[in-house]
Write a protein that binds this ligand. Structure first.
Ligand code: ADP
Ligand code: 5GP
Length: 189
């Protein structure tokens, strides 16, 4: 299992799209969220869009591997999503924020986590603004949250700076392939 984390707007989703093209054997886990869908987002594809009550019911039932509140909305990884892929023997990628990545580290220490860092704070802001999905207030809120998230970088053994997309995608692919190779070797022994 692979966890890709880092501040919003750093390019996690973009990098993962490139990674899945290069490694189609990977499965991306579809998260649940209470955030309203953005234009073009599809339920069950981009996220499972839940009401706050539905989300809370899953929390109470212990259905989440990890969950967190981010910018006023809740996000979480449903155990059922993960197990569907892991039971089929497929490697799974989670794209989650830092609080969730910490919970996964506690619950599943064998998961390989990669922190995606921006080349600079200015570049991060420019990407959030350029994506065009957030109001100026939401961009500021995400930048404020990013301060704490950037401070978490030393917690992660693997860090990829998303400067040039092609180079960063290659670096991420190399980490995943090396981890998969190490796991296969270990299993063969
Ligand atoms: P995240 O999933 O981390 O929130 P996104 O993948 O949505 O981030 O990327 C945020 C914005 O930054 C998008 O508009 C994307 O096209 C752009 N972006 C991603 N990687 C790079 C890069 N290496 N250089 C420039 N822009 C990038
Ligand atoms: P966005 O609103 O931009 O889609 O996501 C906001 C933040 O929540 C991003 O950093 C994204 O990676 C994170 N996120 C998405 N799904 C999950 C999840 O299942 N769990 C956690 N903890 N964070 C998530």
């Amino acid at each position: 299992m692979f966890v890709i984390t880092g501040p919003s707007g750093v390019g996690k989703g973009t990098l993962i799209r490139g990674l899945l093209e290069r490694m189609p054997e990977l499965e991306l886990s579809v998260s649940a969220t209470t955030r309203p869908p953005r234009a073009g987002e599809r339920d069950g594809v981009d996220y499972h869009f839940l009401t706050p009550d539905e989300f809370e019911r899953h929390v109470r039932q212990g259905d989440f591997v990890e969950h967190a509140t981010y910018s006023g909305n809740r996000y979480g990884t449903l155990r059922s999503q993960l197990e569907r892929h892991l039971d089929a023997g497929r490697p799974v990628v989670l794209e989650i924020e830092v609080q969730g990545a910490r919970q996964v580290r506690q619950a599943l220490p064998e998961a390989v986590a990669v922190f995606i860092a921006p080349p600079s704070r200015d570049a991060l802001r420019a990407r959030l603004v350029g994506r065009g999905t957030d109001s100026p207030e939401q961009v500021q809120e995400r930048m404020d949250t990013a301060e704490g998230e950037l401070a978490a970088r030393p917690e992660f053994a693997h860090v990829v700076v998303n400067d040039r997309l092609e180079r960063a995608t290659e670096a991420l692919e190399a980490i995943i392939r090396a981890a998969r190779g190490a796991r296969a070797k270990h299993t063969c022994r």
